[in-house]
Design a protein around this ligand. Sequence first.
Ligand SMILES: NC(=O)c1ccc[n+]([C@@H]2O[C@H](COP(=O)([O-])OP(=O)(O)OC[C@H]3O[C@@H](n4cnc5c(N)ncnc54)[C@H](OP(=O)(O)O)[C@@H]3O)[C@@H](O)[C@H]2O)c1
Length: 333
Amino acid sequence: MTESLRCYQVNKNEEKEISADLVSVPYNNLPSGAVTIRVVYSSINYKDALAASGHPGVVRKFPHVPGIDAAGVVVESDSDQFTVGQSVVVTSYELGVERWGGWAEFIRVQPEWIVPLPAGLTLKESMILGTAGLTAAMCVDSLLHHHITPDAGNILVTGASGGVGSFSVSLLSRLGFQVTAVSGKHALHERLIKLGASKVIDRLAIDLTSDKPLLKGHWPAAIDTVGGFLLSHLVRSIQPHGCVAACGNVGGAELNLTVFPFILRGITLDGIDSAWYPIERRTALWQKLATEWKLPDLDSRAKVITLDQIPETVESILEGTHQERTIIKIGAE
Ligand SMILES: NC(=O)c1ccc[n+]([C@@H]2O[C@H](COP(=O)([O-])OP(=O)(O)OC[C@H]3O[C@@H](n4cnc5c(N)ncnc54)[C@H](OP(=O)(O)O)[C@@H]3O)[C@@H](O)[C@H]2O)c1
């Protein structure tokens, strides 16, 4: 086995200044765990951008290797569930948050976090989806579970140009739903139509000033990746017995609501947590993403960068100007 490996490492000095760099470290620096994986692809999500900038809500120990997603090939295994040479996917749990993440040539994790790469997906496609695609699938699954069917009318998706948002638009469209995308990026409205939205609304044109406990019921259901005022507005604007699957907080963490949408309209606000999503359900959703939910244009949906190109992508995500799903090519296939 190699003596050293390259990884993107975030550090905090005694003055509490954060720095991040591509470095070479001893192979023995890998954390403990039963399965070692040579990483072929990782990806960049909003949470990774926070980790790469040393955000205290995401990273508590330094040095830290971000990367909540990794796909690659098993090179060492003390688990009878996984064999050397097997292609696998690891997303979330503590990967890239509490623990050494996927922005490295190798990761080492416990078998309970690993999903065998399903037939029908390449390693590259699995990372184009990554946590963003899995979370979108969980949101869609939530709406289906709450009896929202394609004949319900237009489903609203917020943060639609982002990773979770854009996969939500495409998955809903793939399953026959009409989708209205909400996006703050006017230049991407045409692309959202191509991804499957039937209509796009400018995020900044939505009037969020009303503090009425209930608003006119516009939408049968919604997938919200933004949170804050927008989520509060949505919950009050959903039709009776509708559902909002909420996964994000880019627009704020506060939620100003009364109980009335829930007790007078029977609205469900379903919280989506992909980090600790049980492995059996996770594996089943990956299976769907590889088969009946597979998006036909996956390979063309992401920009591919290398480990040394991470900083500019992180910056654009934190500025809210990032435009394209981005994956990181780390090792040979
Ligand atoms: N709960 C979970 O398990 C889970 C899993 C994955 C992600 N998430 C969360 O979901 C959210 C989206 O993640 P992502 O990876 O899709 O991020 P992303 O790719 O950076 O997309 C976020 C999108 O939100 C919109 N946006 C950005 N800044 C905003 C602001 N200040 N106010 C309102 N909208 C804003 C933008 O879309 P438009 O310009 O098109 O509006 C942006 O493209 C994040 O909060 C992330 O932490 C949660």
